[in-house]
Write a protein of this length. Structure first.
Length: 626
């Protein structure tokens, strides 16, 4: 017979958890420990949180939170409204204030995970270690520092699971199921991946079907509270009616709202454009597994074994939720991690929900290790769980120390510096067309919120196919002449836009959205932009070199060691390297191989991963060998 230490010894009915935990167990001390892990996590997140805009969706979310606008599909109304309250805080710059919303959400999620783990393990110490292991996981930590919808999703998912665990203990007390239904509705107005918990929730409802069938009013009440939780979606048509400066979808009808919520502009099952779809599901699954880490992975495996033996219902609940939110979701996203240089940066945010789902299992894993230590090393003078927890604390401390500099965002100003350099490049009254979220959102923030370069007209190229975006451009930029109501890249193309505005310069950041300019225009490399010019206005190589040298000398200097290359920061650094590669290419075409090598080397000094420059250097080296 196994003898449990007092801190982890369950009652006879604990294994199936048909009875609630004794009230004496869930007391002020438990809440104090929950507050402790929440404060520890929140303090670390606060210290390392971004004080400025960063790459990704963060600039867009800060814009919409500050102006009560509508971000990209599916609209994220709950985040926008709550983020607006944080934007009104009387301290720090605006991006930092909205970033604090993520800090608070993920710190609170850690506290809720502790409460769930405690109800499953009956051990405050094991639950605290499980919660802190989640909090200090590098991926979870890094996404707690910037304005994003995922930390709020983590909090709502953790709260939903906690309420369901309480309800399972005593299913006749259906107010917890009602509260869980309301939280599920709220969560759906923030991030739709909460649906992936559906199979696990259905399993739990089926497990208690006798109670639900006997009292059908419970089902009706839960349905009503779920619908009540969806009310934040009414924010979207309200905000759109006020024509905010950033208003994705320009919702003016129920049809528009449905299209926004169902992500019809993206495709509900995909995260990327068609050219970035495909690739190996196993590669994405390997990325999910690797992101969990050795410590968390070990505790989760042991916790799953322990739950299968003693908390069978929770094992199947957690397994179903994890499988659908993890492996299943990574499969249907159809994201090609090889083809997209920042693909993992886009996908890894969706790895947060699976680890929140299974995090309470780590407490059971710790209990299992403590039992094994007591069985095989009975001579240890200290309680086994304290010994195991001491080891966990040391491992977590080493992990925090090792990853701190890499994860810390408090001094990250790359997105702002890039936007400032871009504005310094653009000539007065320029129409600036930007391709991609990475290059587009930082200058959009500076232009809209901080009123930098109001003379410019910023056009986000991926939005052009939306007729709503054409209407907004005309509303906010009356001087911009758009000769079509719908952009299709064929008849209604970029060339038509250029020729409709002959008195204004047009510059492109990134690749053009179509090939309509190829016959009559050429992209003149001018720092971070390509200035669209008629082929009748050629430029000598010497003029091109002098022009770009002058701009490059004025740009910010970046430490390559601080660049997060697998994020959109890598794409931004590539924009700095492109003009140097273009000049090198022209030198190579002219037969000036030594000069071409110098320019290619300068491009690689800015972006060592830039493929065109690497290929060019390899080509020159091969010619040297010959």
């Amino acid at each position: 017979m196994i003898h449990f230490p007092m801190s982890i010894q369950p009652a006879a009915s604990t294994l199936q958890f048909q009875q609630p935990l004794p009230a004496r167990r869930f007391n002020a001390s438990t809440l104090l420990v929950a507050a402790f892990v929440t404060v520890v996590a929140g303090t670390l997140y606060f210290i390392t949180a971004a004080r400025d805009i960063v790459v990704g969706d963060s600039p867009e979310l800060v814009i919409t939170a500050a102006t009560l606008g509508v971000p990209h599909s599916p609209g994220y109304p709950l985040f926008t409204m709550l983020g607006h309250f944080f934007s009104l805080l009387p301290t720090g710059p605006l991006p930092f204030r909205v970033n604090l919303f993520s800090v608070v959400c993920d710190a609170a999620a850690v506290g809720v995970v502790f409460l769930t783990a405690f109800r499953l393990s009956w051990s405050r110490l094991a639950a605290a270690m499980a919660a802190l292991t989640l909090a200090f996981n590098p991926l979870f930590w890094s996404w707690s520092l910037v304005a994003e919808v995922f930390p709020l999703n983590n909090l709502l998912a953790a709260l939903l699971i906690y309420l369901l665990v309480i309800w399972h203990e005593q299913p006749e007390r259906y107010r917890f199921l009602t509260a869980a239904s309301f939280v599920a509705g709220l969560a759906l107005t923030n991030h739709q991946t909460i649906i992936l918990l559906g199979p696990a929730v259905c399993f739990l409802l089926w497990h208690h079907r006798a109670v639900l069938v006997a009292r059908p009013q419970i089902i009706l009440t839960c349905a009503a509270t779920f619908l009540l939780g969806l009310l934040p979606y009414t924010y979207v048509p309200w905000a759109s009616a006020h024509h905010p400066v950033y208003n994705w979808g320009d919702v003016s009808s129920w049809r528009d709202l449905f299209a926004l919520i169902t992500r019809q502009s993206y495709g509900a099952a995909h995260l990327a454009q068609a050219k970035y779809q495909g690739g190996s599901w196993l590669l994405r699954l390997a990325a999910l597994t690797e992101s969990i880490g050795a410590l968390m992975g070990l505790l989760l495996v042991l916790g799953a074994i322990y739950a299968y033996r003693r908390l069978t219902w929770y094992f199947w609940f957690a397994l179903l939720a994890f499988v659908f939110a993890g492996p299943f979701f990574t499969g249907i996203t159809n994201f090609n991690l090889v083809r997209s240089p920042s693909g993992l940066f886009v996908l890894e945010r969706f790895f947060l929900l699976p680890r929140v789902i299974v995090a309470p299992l780590m407490a059971l894993g710790l209990v299992m290790i403590a039992e094994m230590v007591r069985r095989y090393a009975p001579a240890i003078p200290m309680p086994p769980l304290r010994v195991v927890s001491g080891v966990i604390v040391v491992v977590l401390a080493v992990s925090v120390f090792t990853n701190y500099r890499q994860i810390d965002q408090s001094h990250n100003h790359i997105a702002r510096s890039y936007a400032e350099d871009l504005f310094a490049t653009a000539e007065p009254d320029t129409i600036l067309l930007v391709t991609g979220d990475g290059p587009a959102l930082p200058p959009l923030y500076l232009n809209i919120i901080e009123k930098v370069r109001p003379d410019l007209t910023l056009i986000v190229a991926p939005m052009l196919p939306g007729d709503w975006y054409i209407r907004q451009l005309r509303r906010h930029h009356p001087r911009l002449k758009i000769p079509f109501d719908y952009y299709d890249g064929r008849q209604n193309n970029l060339k038509a836009l250029v020729e409709a505005n002959p008195d204004r310069p047009l510059a492109i950041v990134g690749p053009p959205p179509d090939n309509s300019l190829d016959q009559d225009y050429w992209p003149r490399p001018r720092g971070l932009v390509n200035l669209v010019q008629p082929k009748s206005k050629p430029l000598t190589l010497e003029q091109m070199m002098a022009d770009n040298e002058e701009l490059l000398n004025r740009y910010h200097r970046y430490s390559l060691r601080k660049i997060k290359w697998k994020t959109f920061e890598g794409e931004i650094m590539e924009l700095y390297a492109v003009p140097l590669w273009r000049i090198g290419h022209e030198q190579e075409r002219a037969g000036a191989m030594a000069e071409a090598r110098t320019w290619y080397q300068r491009a690689l000094a800015i972006d060592p991963n830039y493929p065109q420059a690497r290929q060019a250097m390899a080509r020159i080296q091969q010619s040297d060998v010959r």
